[in-house]
Write a protein that binds this ligand. Structure first.
Ligand code: HEC
Length: 142
């Protein structure tokens, strides 16, 4: 009896990390069971997501072209300070902002931002980008 229990325990210990690894690599499928285990606090974004967002920001998202590297601002406004032109700067608001862009009528500077910055990044990449931008504003304090 004891032998069976131990074997079962061992098998699940070996199997669990392997399963987690494969699922994070194939991000095409939404890995439902793993997300809960990997993200400790659901409110904050994981550092993994932020790192991915930084890559999108400086890569296919084109954000850096208008907002500068590290979000210091260029054609578009500074994203690394605690001041927000179009929202209160919550993670959800930033995410919606990236998805929708800023129409010319709403732009404070008269310069519009196209939805997703004019890029074709996926919804997941928008989320990652939002987490990165949000983390920038958190670093600078309130
Ligand atoms: C073509 C230039 C351009 C690109 C590319 C661009 N933005 Fe923007 N962004 C702007 C402008 C312009 C505004 C609004 C300026 C205003 O209202 O005066 C803006 C506003 C924003 C805001 C709201 C800022 C606030 O203070 O409320 C966020 C967040 C934002 N952009 C994130 C992003 C992200 C993330 C990307 C990449 C996916 C991106 N932008 C790509 C030009 C751009």
């Amino acid at each position: 009896m004891c032998t069976w229990t131990r074997f079962g325990l061992l098998a699940s210990l070996v199997a669990a990390p392997a399963a987690a690894q494969t699922s994070s690599e194939t991000s095409a499928t939404p890995a439902a069971p793993q997300t809960a285990a990997e993200t400790p606090a659901s409110a904050g974004a994981s550092s993994e997501l932020i790192a991915r967002g930084e890559a999108v920001y400086n890569g296919p998202g084109n954000c850096y072209a208008c907002h500068g590297s590290k979000g210091v601002g260029l054609v578009g406004p500074n994203l690394a300070d605690a001041e927000w032109l179009h929202s209160k700067g919550t993670l959800e608001e930033i995410e919606a902002q990236i998805t929708n862009g800023v129409p010319k009528e709403q732009s404070k500077s008269g310069i519009p931002m196209p939805p997703k910055g004019g890029s074709t990044i996926s919804e997941e990449d928008v989320k990652a980008c939002a987490a990165y931008v949000h983390s920038l504003s958190q670093k600078s304090g309130s």
